[in-house]
Design a protein around this ligand. Structure first.
Ligand code: SF4
Length: 454
């Protein structure tokens, strides 16, 4: 590659993927989990940011056109989303399309995985279009627990983080309300229609009153939603086999990419619960606190007292954040649980305990594999009748989870299925899901008769 082009690339990666004040920009947000996407967009809007949730999956062919096929599938989907959105904006605005106005928002995570590279890859593709070169990419990073200090004025950043966390947990709870009620609804379509209105009301409320961090109104609405959703359940319908979904966060949360696996499983006779988005945010805080605790011990052991105060402050701040999140999450779930028996979320400490002192896996390895393995064991011990690991084809942490979970679930006599996706339609997928559902029904029968292994 000629030196000039090399220089341009490194300059572009340094200057056009950055954290800066986005208050005056249009922030383009890709969808991962639909409910979370709606409420996070509303949270940005509550602080005056012109945030827009982009349509998803419409630009998959564009995403595939500008990738080689070796990238992770979520990278192709999100790339397609941004290219499609910009194409539509260009067509809509014509000569008044101003690229400087837009900022593309793509959070990242560090660790032994490719997610941290998505925004660099997307930068390289945007730079291939003369008209997209001035569109900046911004991010929140797991390195500082997704703090917003780099993208919002200091005063707002902390408040935004508080609101965004609560909005994420509320979105998780709304998902769980749907999964609890929809399989037993009195009339087909009732729950989806009800939730569409409830979600719109929640998003409006977050946008209108979220910035003052007085959550009373949000909680009142959430309780109302849970209570009304309860009335949609037809109590004559018997409880179905319960299926726990774990796996890669994007694929398990993005219905278009996972070919609507939750709805399909419900159609075949199951009740599903998927690992939450809050779980990942909590894991990041938990992991950071663990690492800081270790750093503190090493600093003390080495007698590096000049440094000790600094490490202590960081560790205490992270512990406070971790505990705040646990308290807030419990509070929000408690409100819904007063009205409806949704599946509570697993604490990260409880997931780590399920790893049995690192016998099954260790959080030290990093990635989502520890969460998937510990989460699957937790579901299995909470009367789930089957576990599905949903992931992008070739996903490294999911392959690790699969290698550990398959024999483990076999020993526990819990039906288990790997469900990899890459955007193609697999002819035997439906047969595999139906067979899996049949096994879960047998497991439920055995459980009711007291024969299932624990
Ligand atoms: S978790 Fe899987 S899909 Fe996501 S970046 Fe890592 S390897 Fe790719």
């Amino acid at each position: 590659m000629p030196g000039g082009q090399n220089r341009f690339l490194s300059e572009s990666l340094e200057t056009r993927i950055r954290q800066f004040d986005i208050s005056q920009k249009t922030l383009l947000i890709p969808v991962m989990a639909p409910f979370t996407g709606r409420l996070i967009t509303a949270s940005f809007r509550a602080f005056g940011v012109d945030a827009v949730l982009m349509e998803t999956y419409k630009g998959l062919s564009l995403g595939k056109e500008f990738t080689s096929g070796k990238e992770c599938f979520p990278c192709q989907v999100t790339l397609g989303d941004i290219l499609h959105h910009l194409k539509m904006e260009k067509e809509r605005l014509g000569a008044s399309f101003t690229p400087e106005r837009y900022v593309y928002f793509l959070p990242e995570a560090d660790g032994p995985c490719r997610f941290g590279m998505y925004n660099k890859m997307h930068r390289l593709v945007l730079d291939q279009f003369e008209e997209y070169k001035e569109i900046s990419i911004t991010y929140l990073s797991s390195q500082n627990s997704y703090a917003a200090t780099g993208i919002l004025p200091n005063k707002q950043a902390r408040r935004f983080r508080r609101l965004a966390y609560a909005a994420t947990i509320i979105a998780d709870v709304l998902d769980r309300i749907v999964w609890r009620v929809r399989p037993y609804e009195r009339r087909a379509g009732m729950m989806d229609a009800f939730m569409e209105k409830a979600l719109a009301a929640m998003a409006s409320l977050v946008e209108a009153s979220g910035a003052d961090l007085n959550f009373t109104k949000l909680y009142a609405l959430l309780e109302d939603v849970a209570s009304n959703a309860r009335s949609i359940i037809d109590d004559r319908k018997p409880r179905r086999p319960r299926i726990g979904i774990v796996g890669e966060i994007y694929l398990r949360s993005h219905p278009e990419s996972n070919q609507d696996i939750i709805r399909l499983l419900e159609q075949f006779g199951g009740e599903v619960v998927t690992a939450s988005i809050g779980e990942w945010i909590n894991f990041i805080s938990y992991d950071r606190a663990r690492k800081l605790r270790r750093k503190w011990r090493t600093t003390l052991k080495n007698g590096d007292y000049g440094f000790l105060g600094d490490v202590s402050r960081q560790w205490i701040a992270q512990e406070i954040e971790k505990r705040y999140q646990a308290w807030r999450q419990e509070q929000i779930y408690h409100i819904a649980l007063r009205r409806l028996d949704i599946q509570p979320d697993h604490s990260i400490a409880s997931i780590e305990r399920k790893l049995d002192n690192d016998r099954h896996f260790s959080f030290d390895v990093g990635t989502e594999a520890g969460l998937s393995i510990g989460g699957a064991i937790a579901y299995a011990s909470e009367d789930c009748d089957g576990i599905i690991n949903v992931f992008p084809f070739t996903c490294m942490p999911a392959a690790i989870s699969s290698a550990v979970l398959k024999p483990l679930m076999n020993r526990m006599k819990i039906p288990y299925l790997d469900a990899p996706y890459d955007g193609t339609t697999q002819p035997n997928r439906e047969a595999a899901l139906r067979t899996f559902l049949y096994q879960t029904k047998q497991h439920l029968e055995q459980r009711r008769n007291g024969k299932a292994a624990k």
